[in-house]
Design a binder for this molecule. Structure first.
Ligand code: PGA
Length: 254
């Protein structure tokens, strides 16, 4: 069975003090959830404190973004090599906020994904449709296109084993309006089936997590779905009590 992943995407929130406090609070209880994996994605500038506090705790961490370039004249960017210095396990790739607000095109997303794989990280590839696409019945077409661009760049699909896919409907992010468990399950299953066309064994093992207004109230129903293997939590991950409650509920289901 796949170990569920409960990941907290902090986005551009907090301060050095609040980041340290949040991690310290998570650590008071996270060790009691052995059946799941928990991870946090703090802003880059708090990765040092994150590494210091989480090393050896069983809670993992990652970066919210990374440059596909090795080094050079890319003002303001952070390379994967730099992230290695902080022992990040994961890198978020293609979050809808990056795609929509920072011009991360499908090609750039694919390059970041490939670079993260090459550098030995586990990329968390985010895909999801906008409200308009959803209402026009284009959900699967959009998701498929987002997956296709990334997988086309990969010549060795066996390396896809070490990835996580996050289905995050754009209309559900930060809106308090989560996709229904059944709706999310349908997309997760379609993603798994698509991966299965490359390799069924890999597809059955890959974790496909859901993101978009996940809360302690809806996590159990989401996790009851056979193809939902965890959650990428935004807003609720900034509140240690809520994040831990999500972890606790998820742990008790397995
Ligand atoms: P949310 O964000 O939980 O606040 O909706 C999820 C995400 O953007 O990863």
């Amino acid at each position: 069975m796949k170990q569920p992943l409960i990941a907290g995407n902090w986005k551009m929130n907090g301060s050095r003090k609040s980041a340290i406090d949040l991690i310290a609070s998570i650590l008071t209880e996270a060790y009691q959830f052995p059946k799941i994996e928990m991870a946090v994605f703090p802003p880059f500038v708090y990765l040092s404190q994150t590494e210091e506090l989480l090393t050896g705790s069983g809670v993992n961490w990652g970066a919210q973004n990374a440059s596909p370039h090795k080094n050079g004249a890319y003002t303001g960017e952070i390379s994967l090599e730099m992230l290695k210095d902080f022992n990040c396990k994961y890198v978020l790739v293609g979050h809808s906020e990056r795609r929509r607000q920072f011009g991360d095109s499908p090609v750039i997303v694919a390059e970041k994904f490939a670079a993260a794989m090459r550098a030995g990280f586990t990329p968390v590839l985010c895909v999801g449709e906008t409200e308009e696409q959803h209402d026009r019945g284009l959900t699967w077409q959009v998701i498929q296109e987002q997956l296709e661009v990334v997988f086309e760049l990969k010549d060795n699909h066996s390396s896809l084993r070490d990835i996580v896919i996050a289905y995050e409907p754009v209309w559900a992010i930060g809106t308090g309006k989560s996709a229904s468990p059944e709706e999310a399950q349908e997309v997760h299953l379609a993603i798994r089936n698509r991966l299965g066309e490359y390799d069924w064994e890999i597809a059955s093992k890959i974790r496909i997590i859901y993101g978009g207004s996940v809360t302690p109230e809806n996590i159990a129903d989401l996790m009851a779905m056979p193809d939902i293997d965890g959650a990428l939590v935004g807003g609720a991950s900034l509140d240690a009590k809520k994040f831990l409650e999500i972890g606790r509920k998820c742990n008790s289901l397995y």
